[in-house]
Design a protein around this ligand. Structure first.
Ligand code: S3P
Length: 428
């Protein structure tokens, strides 16, 4: 396991930056490209470990995928272009790959086996397996299909009307992929809106879907056509620099080409509500929204974060917790029990590691309470093998009074392989 010692106390951050492509959109662009007929060219694809796992799996499923310096080219042959794999499909650390793939494989007429790393082996897959089985899927696995390894025997699926018990774009998307292969109309009801990249991509690839209030309706038997996709910068990666720019002294960071899909911009709403010195400049775009976000050193106040904001910033909660240590007053994060089921238990990880750096943070059943105006100290911390915890701790080192040693930093390559180079490029 690699570790790094960061000595960045009182660094000033200045300059422009373009963060890597969006992880959620990168995964989906390869999936739809593989299922479509003809060529799909993807620009600004995230070459992080998770999305590379998705590419590797689709190659094992018989899809030709070329990788050049700045493009991924997928040669799709339609749904029937996927073939029974000879090898086990390994999703690595990627929950999105595992869950969305189950929805695709459930309806393909062949056998496949899906595994992932130690973290994936602990994450609940029954949230996808149970509704897929209700559509006729034949999936078996450890603890009755609750965990990987999972085996899928593809079969004919029937359309469903499924009410999601939790706000999860991964579960929603898995059922959409199954519904696209089922006869008839599948209707999915969401308790709260979650990221809608799958729905947008259906349209970008020439398919159809309908939104009716909190329902998403897809018809089976759709044929997709290959297309050109530009992946905007990942707002979940930009979030680390939004917080870094707000808490570091005399700083100004200009983040270009950031994805501004409204289902993902909770971090911007929260930072504005906390008083951040931030400007958002939206640009004209086809498909996913993009723009420039400028952040400057800010005076912040604590707030309460919960309800329908949570799915719009679920992956940003670790870095928001760090931000809240620098605000005046208390910040309460609630309705976020899903954090316990991420790459690691992110409530425990944030509370344990920020406490080691001298912060006052308390875990609650569904979130945490962060006390503001905290001076952080140096110390030895761990990422728990979770990319977002690792990056949050690296940003914490900017305001820690001493060096911060972070264990297990290789996890950061899951979503942001060049994170340290980008951070260093901004330091004056
Ligand atoms: C994702 C959905 C979210 C998010 C994850 C990516 C996606 O997970 O946390 O990083 O691409 O659909 P859930 O659907 O489990 O909330």
């Amino acid at each position: 396991m690699k570790e790094i010692e960061l000595n960045l106390t009182n660094s000033v951050l200045q300059g422009p930056l373009e963060v890597p492509g969006d992880k959620s959109i990168s995964h989906r662009s390869v999936m739809f490209g593989a299922l479509a007929e003809g060529k799909t060219t993807i620009r600004h694809f995230l070459k992080g470990a998770d999305c590379l796992s998705t590419i590797d799996i689709f190659r094992k499923l018989g899809v030709e995928i070329e990788e050049t310096e700045d493009e991924i080219i997928v040669h799709g042959n339609g749904w029937d272009g996927l073939k029974e794999p000879v090898e086990i499909l390994d999703a690595g650390n990627s929950g999105t790959t595992t869950r969305l793939l189950l929805g695709i494989l459930a309806g393909r007429p062949f056998h496949s086996v899906l595994i992932g790393d130690e973290s994936i082996a602990k994450r609940p897959m029954d949230r996808v397996v149970v509704p897929l089985k209700n559509m006729g899927a034949q999936i078996s696995g450890r603890e009755d299909g609750r965990f990987t390894p999972l085996a899928v025997k593809g079969t004919t699926l029937t359309a469903t009307h499924y009410e999601l018990p939790m706000a999860s774009a991964q579960v929603k998307s898995a059922i959409i992929f199954a519904g696209l292969q089922a006869e008839g109309e599948t209707v999915i009801t969401e308790p709260l809106p979650t990221r809608d990249h799958t729905e947008k991509m259906i349209e970008q690839f020439g398919g159809e879907m309908t939104r009716r209030g909190n329902e998403i309706i897809v018809k089976g038997g759709q044929v997709f056509n290959g297309t050109d996709i530009y992946v905007p910068g990942d707002i979940s990666s930009a979030a680390f620099f939004l917080v870094a720019g707000a808490i570091a002294p005399n700083s100004e960071i200009i983040l270009k080409n950031v994805g501004l899909n409204p289902t993902r911009t909770g971090i911007i709403d929260v930072m504005k509500n906390m008083g951040a010195n931030m400007e958002v400049l939206s640009e004209d775009s086809k498909g996913e929204e993009v723009g420039t976000v400028i952040i400057r050193s800010s005076e912040l106040q604590g707030i309460e974060i919960g309800g329908d904001l949570i799915p719009r910033l679920i992956d940003e909660i670790p870095i928001i917790a760090l931000l809240a240590t620098q605000a005046s007053g208390k910040t309460i994060i609630k309705d976020a029990e899903e954090l316990k089921l991420k790459e690691t238990n992110r409530i425990d990880a944030v509370v344990n590691e920020l406490t080691k750096l001298g912060a006052k943070v308390e875990a609650t059943d569904d979130g945490m309470i962060i006390h503001g105006n905290q001076s952080l100290t140096g110390g030895r911390v761990t990422s728990y093998g979770d990319h977002r915890i690792g990056m949050m701790l690296a940003v914490a080192s900017l305001i820690a009074s001493g060096p911060v040693a972070i264990e297990n930093i290789e996890a950061i390559a899951v979503s942001y392989p060049q994170f340290f180079e980008d951070l260093t490029s901004l330091i004056q």
